[in-house]
Design a protein around this ligand. Structure first.
Ligand code: GYE
Length: 356
């Protein structure tokens, strides 16, 4: 596990700020099965005499999914860079995309007396109940970042991450717009989904299906055109190759992230078809590589998903250490969407301003 973190105490004292959601909108309920309680549970409120905790008092056990995408690389960088800036001691763990590794690391952090905050980017929506109970008993602050889980909201302080269902809605609206280029009975869309069990994949799929009927898109599953690409280029290219061998009657691809969209684009081109003309592609994340596909016209729309969550998450954890229960159980990120139709120059100008 990697340790980072420095800054004189005075700087951390100044660093204590009210939580300003870097990308958050107002409070809302998490899209999880369990209805969240009204407010986050109070961590042990400091006695009147106890000095307020600062970032220098924070030792974070951060359990990352792995390094499966450009989005993930930006998310990891956000937590490492922000920990250094704020003087937080960070113990970083890369689970190599294995749930059992995340649970094991969670248990280790629960046993580590120096760790007072545990941050989890959950690979799956279930599987953490025992370590969450253990963390609660050990008085650890638990904050979920990036992905929600199906656990009782009393088992964690708050969840800071995107509204993936809304992202799915945005993806369907973008796809319906792109499919106007085809007759109404030619709206067949193939789905290359994210990792099975990941809330980002579950909820983007749900949101897309809630709105795809607005323009007569049949359910990709009913067409036999839905399969996971596990967030990656090669696997998604193979999935799209198989779809195209099965049928050429595909007018759109709904890919759950940019790497999957890029893999699909490679397969479309190798099949002698033109992405952006013969088949419309919609991706998610809006990474630099996604922008390059928009600029080339090969991807038609890219729904943004913000990976730079560390400032909000660390601020929330500090509130928890100081017994502040004002935070809602879910702080959703605010994001946009980008379209090839914006044009090369406009997209280049936006890309030049982005950090990932
Ligand atoms: O879309 C993908 C990453 O949870 C929002 O996970 C994140 C997703 C993102 O692997 O690129």
């Amino acid at each position: 596990m990697q340790k980072t973190g420095f800054l004189p105490r005075i700087a951390m004292a100044l660093a204590m700020t009210a939580l300003v959601g870097a990308c958050s909108s107002g409070a809302t309920t998490a899209p999880s099965a369990a209805a969240p309680s009204a407010a986050a549970p109070s961590a042990a409120a400091p006695s009147a005499a106890a000095a307020a905790k600062t970032f220098a008092d924070m030792t974070v056990g951060f359990i990352q999914t792995g390094s499966e995408s450009g989005w993930r690389a930006a998310n990891t960088a956000s937590f490492k860079e922000t920990a250094t800036q704020k003087g937080i001691t960070l113990k970083f763990y890369d689970a190599q995309n294995k749930l059992e590794n995340q649970v094991s690391a969670f248990h280790q952090f629960n046993q580590d007396p120096s760790v007072n905050v545990i941050i989890l980017a959950a690979l799956d929506v279930t599987g953490y109940d025992d370590v969450l109970k253990e963390a609660k008993a050990a008085g650890k602050v638990v904050v979920l970042e990036d992905r929600r889980i199906d656990a009782d909201p009393s088992m964690y302080y708050t969840y800071i991450g995107s509204d993936f269902i809304n992202e799915g809605h945005e993806g369907a609206a973008a796809m319906c717009d792109l499919l106007k280029a085809f007759p109404a009975d030619k709206h067949n869309v193939a789905e290359i989904s994210g990792a099975v069990g990941a809330s980002a994949a579950i909820d983007r799929a749900k949101g897309f299906r809630e709105k795809m009927g607005d323009c007569g898109i049949p359910d990709p599953t009913s067409l036999g055109l839905s399969q996971t690409g596990n967030w990656g280029v090669p696997e998604s290219k193979a999935v799209m190759e198989a779809f195209l061998k099965k049928t050429k009657n595909i007018q759109g691809v709904f890919a759950h992230n940019d790497e999957e969209a890029i893999g699909a684009i490679q397969a479309i081109k190798e099949a002698g078809l033109v992405p952006g003309k013969d088949i419309m592609v919609v991706g998610f994340d809006a990474t630099a590589d996604g922008f390059k596909s928009l600029i080339s016209g090969e991807m038609g729309a890219d729904i943004e998903c913000n990976p730079l969550l560390a400032p909000q998450v660390y601020d929330a954890a500090l509130k928890a250490l100081n017994g502040d229960t004002s935070l809602p159980k879910w702080v959703p990120s605010q994001e946009g969407a980008f379209f090839a139709a914006q044009g090369k120059d406009a997209l280049q100008a936006i890309l030049a301003t982005r950090k990932y």
